[in-house]
Design a protein around this ligand. Structure first.
Ligand code: SF4
Ligand code: SF4
Length: 156
């Protein structure tokens, strides 16, 4: 085949804008509802353990640090997390949200653990729309929640 047959195509591509991004020097914006890393807002966590129960990857642990002081430690095992955001949906107080981080890698998988020590919050869990709460009665199960404002995780 003659080289001349390719020349027009070659010239066309030489001056064309690249279709790919020059990563890691340039980065693409992730979509609005991108599911990055699960992050805890400790000041909103009532230690109901719904996130622990519902996480399909068993990536969340809550340990008791001091029973009398209502102090707990949540560990999010980001090396096991499958980024499904179920913990966000299950949380009745908006204490969980997904950030926009997608470069989540380390040489040691344990370095990906995020650990939070905090005192149990006293905020009220959300009630599903249309549910009647009996006076002095227990609050019913919580409604699904939406992710919160993105923020960088603190890894330990
Ligand atoms: S995003 Fe999914 S896999 Fe990751 S901690 Fe939450 S529930 Fe578990
Ligand atoms: S579901 Fe929400 S409030 Fe309950 S333990 Fe998990 S983060 Fe805390």
């Amino acid at each position: 085949m003659k080289i001349a047959a390719f020349l027009p195509e070659l010239l066309r591509h030489l001056f064309k804008k690249p279709a790919t991004v020059d990563y890691p020097y340039k980065k693409l914006e992730v979509p609005k509802d991108f599911r990055g890393t699960p992050i805890l807002k400790p000041e909103l966590c009532i230690v109901c353990r719904a996130c622990v129960r519902d996480c399909p990857a068993e990536a969340i642990d809550i340990l008791t640090e001091n029973e009398a002081e209502k102090k707990y430690r949540m560990i999010i095992h980001n090396d096991r997390c499958v980024h499904c955001a179920q913990c966000v949906d299950s949380c009745p107080t908006d204490a969980m949200f997904m950030d926009m981080v997608y470069e989540n890698a380390a040489f040691d998988r344990h370095a990906l653990k995020a650990s939070y020590v905090y005192v149990r919050a006293t905020v009220k869990p959300k009630v599903p729309e249309g549910t009647k709460v009996p006076e002095g009665g227990k609050t019913p199960a919580a409604a699904p929640q939406t992710p919160q404002t993105p923020q960088s995780p603190e890894m330990k």
